[in-house]
Design a protein around this ligand. Structure first.
Ligand SMILES: [Zn+2]
Length: 201
């Protein structure tokens, strides 16, 4: 096998769930069934990932950033008085599809499990809240999945956010979400009503 075929195959083998045979199929697909223009585009997309998509320094999602912040954080038309806390990037996409929330976001980066595992971006969250308070933040919305991990994480957030309660309203999405359901997979109507029916947390 030529060296560049072998090297590319080994690169594909490092992908999740890809074994040596599949890796070689990818290489031969690129070689035999893909046009030079398509190969060039693929190479360009891969090469650009690190430049074009970066983690936002304000909400911690991965997105096209400018000056270190994502498009939604730099959008001046969004409401600075609202901050929604979500588990992961895909949850923001679900909320945006519902098209009923125009505030700011923060990605916790995980949930806490009952057995004490898991981690969230706690220090970063507190720093973001301090910064947002200066820009008129007055409500923090807990938007977690309707699972036991989601509830456990919400309990922990209530504890660490207790010192802000005199200045900020703490709310939680209304349970239009069926128990056990993940936010990411909820449909737009359910999310809109969960947001409209949010209650004091
Ligand atoms: Zn952002």
């Amino acid at each position: 096998m030529s060296d560049s075929i072998g090297r590319l195959a080994r690169a594909f083998e490092r992908f999740p769930g890809i074994g040596p045979r599949q890796a070689k199929r990818f290489v031969y697909h690129l070689l035999l069934a893909t046009s030079p223009a398509d190969r060039a585009e693929l190479a360009e997309l891969i090469g650009g990932l690190g430049h074009d998509v970066q983690q936002c320094g304000a909400c911690y999602r991965f997105d096209s950033t400018e000056g270190g912040v994502c498009r939604s954080c730099s959008d001046r038309s969004r409401d600075d008085s609202l901050l929604m806390l979500v588990e992961k990037d895909q949850d923001i996409a679900a909320i945006e599809r519902a098209n009923s929330y125009r505030g700011r976001y923060f990605v916790l980066g995980g949930v806490l499990t009952l057995s004490g595992k898991g981690a969230i971006r706690e220090r970063e969250l507190l720093r973001t809240i301090e910064a947002r308070l200066e820009r008129g933040l007055n409500e923090i919305i807990l938007a977690l999945s309707a699972t036991s991990e989601g509830e456990h994480t919400a309990d922990h957030l209530r504890e660490i956010l207790a010192p802000y309660r005199s200045r900020v309203r703490l709310t939680i999405l209304g349970r239009g979400l069926a128990t056990g359901s993940e936010l990411e997979y909820a449909d737009a109507a359910t999310l809109s009503s969960a947001f409209a029916n949010r209650k004091e947390s």
